[in-house]
Design a binder for this molecule. Structure first.
Ligand SMILES: Cc1ncc(COP(=O)(O)O)c(C=O)c1O
Length: 417
């Protein structure tokens, strides 16, 4: 069958591929600790009860027709209030665009700003920018970051690439690493963007920042920072991505929003209007009612974050213990989101049945089989397959699952030579 070049050259999600393999093994009866997908098992991490009630109520009230293309007014009003109360950011209802989760909004940012061949800069590891570059025919440039900087991009790494670029895609807390920008790191990057834009003529397209802060309410004691708060002069050049998928464990509810310059939001609205990627109206009504109630949301977040952090800490401590025992592993302190960065430095080793582990994917599949533990190698996030770093996502496992898996990992690593 002849299909478009775009369809022919599309690369499926590596994470979903690993997840499917795990599900297939589970179907056959294997017990696997699935630390792959950035999702939540609703039996371990349910959505807030009050949100669920609001959704049911909204359906009973008959909110089943098309929502307005930019989102219902009451939700956009709620978002403006959250932005000023929680982030001290001043945006009006015309600066906000609601959609069915944050993915369509990210794609709309690319489509609204990037012309075919335009340079888009993003860090590696990062989530899905390579795919959005492909979808928009951008010239994607992945900047490899290092553990010394907690895998966050630095101004020094970005500086040589910003000349003439259209979009700088940033995210904090970062998927896949669970690490965050410090104010100083982000300020230095913001200053570069300001400098680059000052060097461009009035008829040139400026350099924009897409700032994905979908995990900003899931931080563990560190302050979330964002470009416009640090450098108000950037307000015309930053589009933020946010929503409820992660902070309310509500990945299947599908409500996200972007905010930024009203003229860009209007273009994104027109693009998404053709795609029809609106959030369901009843869910919008429910989120408008629920998310505006700080007491309810803070109460949920306090216990949800504690549960997420407990799992991340247990995994972190488990790997630190293995390291102290002499295993070639390491872990980066969890700062935010639902991810832990793990080093499992066993590329080049041989399994008990004689297979040489040549790539991080080989190590991953060995751990799935030998330790019934599934991770995602950083090669799924734009890094090389020789890099011994992995993402562990804790949303699909109980704390007990995580504690149980450590002895299996130890035994599996001990069996390598
Ligand atoms: C950084 C980041 N942005 C956006 C998304 C997508 O969120 P949504 O489910 O709201 O589309 C994810 C999901 O994994 C993510 O990790």
């Amino acid at each position: 069958m002849q299909v478009s070049n775009l369809a022919n050259t599309l690369i499926g999600s590596e994470i979903i591929k690993i997840g499917n393999e795990v599900n297939e093994m589970k179907r056959k009866g294997a017990q696997i600790a699935n630390l792959t997908i950035g999702d939540f098992d609703p039996s371990i991490f349910p959505i807030p009860e009050a949100l669920e009630s609001e959704i049911v109520k909204a359906y009973h009230e008959g909110h089943t027709n098309y929502p307005p293309a930019d989102g219902i007014l009451s939700l956009r009003e709620t978002v403006t209030r959250i932005l000023s109360d929680r982030y001290q950011l001043n945006y009006t209802i015309n600066d906000i665009l609601v959609a069915g989760g944050s993915r369509p909004l990210i794609y709309a940012v690319y489509l609204a700003l990037v012309d075919p061949g335009d340079k888009v800069i993003y860090p590696a590891p990062s989530w899905n920018n390579n795919h959005y570059c492909h979808l928009s025919n951008a010239n994607g440039i992945a900047i490899t970051t290092t553990v010394e900087d907690n895998f966050m991009p630095t101004a020094a790494q970005l500086r040589p690439h910003l000349k003439g670029a259209t979009l700088l895609a940033l995210c904090s807390p970062l998927n896949p690493t669970g690490t965050m920008f410090t104010a100083e790191q982000l300020e230095e990057i913001c200053d570069l963007v300001i400098e680059e834009n000052q060097s461009r003529g009035a008829d040139e397209k400026p350099l924009y920042i897409m700032y994905d802060q979908i995990y900003s309410l899931l931080t563990f004691g560190r302050a979330h920072v964002d470009p416009v708060s640090l450098r108000p002069a950037l307000k015309d050049y930053v589009v933020y991505i946010d929503g409820i998928s992660k902070c309310l464990a509500a990945t299947g509810v599908r409500v996200g929003w972007a905010f930024g310059p009203a003229s860009i939001m209007a273009k994104m609205k027109a693009i998404l209007g053709h795609i029809g990627a609106w959030a369901p109206k009843a869910e919008q009504v429910a989120v408008a009612n629920y998310f505006g109630d700080h007491t309810l949301v803070d109460g949920f977040l306090a216990s949800f974050k504690a549960q997420v952090q407990q799992s991340l800490d247990a995994l972190y401590e488990g790997f630190k213990e293995l390291k102290n025992e002499g295993f070639a592993v390491d872990a980066v302190v969890p700062m935010g989101a639902i991810y832990l960065t793990l080093k499992i430095d066993y590329i080049g080793k041989t399994t008990p049945d004689g297979q040489l582990l040549q790539t991080s994917a080989d190590v991953n599949f060995y751990l799935i089989k030998a330790a019934q533990t599934a991770l995602v190698p950083f090669s799924a996030f734009g890094n090389s397959e020789n890099m011994p770093w992995f993402r562990a996502s804790i949303g699909g496992c109980s704390l007990q699952d995580i504690k149980n898996m450590m002895s299996r990992i130890k035994a599996a690593l001990s069996a390598l030579h």
